[in-house]
Design a protein around this ligand. Structure first.
Ligand code: ACO
Length: 380
């Protein structure tokens, strides 16, 4: 096999798989799950129905949806020993690391998955999807020294998570907003963490390892971790009149403004528009935030300075403002992203495994050849 030399940094524009799960048009600002526009799903669907759509490739009938919701709900309780183990983790550590650990321990408490048996695979995907909200809540409770709040029957993911995180019944507007935010974050073609998930899956590793590895990638500030950095950034800017000089200073040394830019979108990310509307609805009911004015000014100044280069708000720009209003601590923003995105990882896993080939790309070697070993006494 000859080695191709056309190395593309970041594999930009290189197809890594064929997939029928989601579709993006980055110029037109279109995102579809199984062909259905994200705007329609955010308005009319629920996270459970959307997760079903991603996993099974079609919208469920009422009885299929009811059965799926029951199966997810039944997976929410965590083994006592897992909760005890989470209590041993350092409280100051990032909850994304806690979630990674939690998903791996969940795998240790689970039956071995048979990759030749679709039912065994489906059960594992549902177990992960049902348990991840509980794991995030358990990590949060453990680090603050509080007892795990047991899930209640009949609650869907958004409500169950807010309940298990706080031990209080959440406001309906909060549940609806989080549910829609989960829909928006569920899947996004061959992003860095989904690519990670596919690489791990390709070695026929188990789905817990697949998700734990992908969660590690999602944590990074260039990917899902940007949402918490956006709030840090707004806090650092402080006042609306500081926005322009802050942006000018940042861009003058090629610094990145968090919550802007995307490998594929060269217009405003459609999810960002929907999150902005969701935020506005929540602010109307639960009260506004001065940070929103700052964010709008940041968007205006960025549009003026770099909008022509296609550097526009991405999904992470408005999500933090919304989550903050829902009483969610800043470093749980990315774990919430993970609650949604494991549905995408598992949809890719189910799609990939029946026709899998191990990922083993090549490299363009730039080092020395046929060098001699130099004994220690002769080295400089
Ligand atoms: N602020 C300022 N300049 C930017 C930004 C930004 N947020 N994003 C890209 N640019 C500029 C770069 O400086 C570069 O300029 P140059 O051509 O003059 O050197 C050019 O745009 C291309 O940027 P790259 O980083 O090479 O683009 P890439 O496609 O590799 O990266 C990424 C995309 C990582 C999202 C980038 O836009 C970024 O770092 N954004 C900030 C972090 C962020 O918000 N991440 C969340 C993305 S959404 C998600 O993953 C869920």
């Amino acid at each position: 096999m000859t080695t191709p030399t056309n190395y593309v940094p970041g594999l930009a524009g290189i197809p890594a798989t064929e997939s029928s799960i989601s579709y993006i048009d980055g110029q037109a600002g279109i995102l579809e799950y199984r062909g259905i526009p994200i705007e329609e799903l955010a308005e009319k669907s629920t996270f459970e129905e959307t997760a079903y759509l991603l996993l099974y490739g079609k919208l469920p009938s009422q009885s299929e949806l009811d059965g799926f919701r029951e199966r997810l709900s039944a997976r929410r309780a965590l083994p006592d020993r897992l909760i005890e183990t989470l209590r041993l983790l350092p409280g100051a550590g990032h909850p994304m690391l806690g979630l990674q650990v939690g998903v791996a321990i969940l795998g240790m408490h689970s039956q071995r998955v048979n990759l030749r048996d679709p039912e065994s695979m489906e059960n594992a995907a549902i177990k992960i999807l049902g348990s991840v909200p509980s794991l995030v809540a358990a990590v949060e409770r453990a680090r603050t020294g509080l007892d795990f709040v047991q899930p209640k029957d009949g609650m869907d993911t958004a409500e169950a998570f807010l309940w298990m995180m706080s031990g209080e019944d959440p406001a309906p507007v909060a549940v609806r907003a989080l549910d829609a935010a989960l829909i928006l974050h569920a899947e996004h073609t061959m992003n860095a963490s989904t690519f990670t998930s596919r690489v791990v899956a390709s070695s026929e590793s188990d789905p817990y390892s697949v998700c734990a590895a992908a969660i590690g990638t999602l944590k990074g500030p260039l990917h899902g971790g940007a949402n918490e950095r956006v709030l840090d950034q707004l806090e650092a800017i402080g006042e609306v009149e500081n926005v322009r000089p802050w942006v000018e200073e940042r861009l003058s040394h090629k610094g990145k403004v968090m919550g802007f830019g995307h490998r594929v979108y060269k217009t405003k990310d459609p999810r960002s528009n929907i999150l902005q509307d969701l935020g506005n609805r929540v602010f109307e009911e639960l009260g506004g935030t001065p940070m929103y004015e700052l964010a709008l000014e940041l968007e205006r100044v960025m549009d003026e300075k770099v909008g022509h280069k296609g550097i526009c708000p991405n999904v992470d720009f408005f999500s933090g403002l919304l989550y903050q209003k829902l009483g969610i601590p800043t470093d749980l923003f990315t774990p919430i992203f993970a609650i949604a995105r494991v549905s995408g990882y598992m949809a890719h896993w189910l799609e990939q495994m029946p026709d899998n080939r191990i990922f083993r790309p090549t490299q363009v070697y730039t080092g020395a050849r046929e060098a001699s070993y130099v004994p220690m006494s002769e080295r400089d």
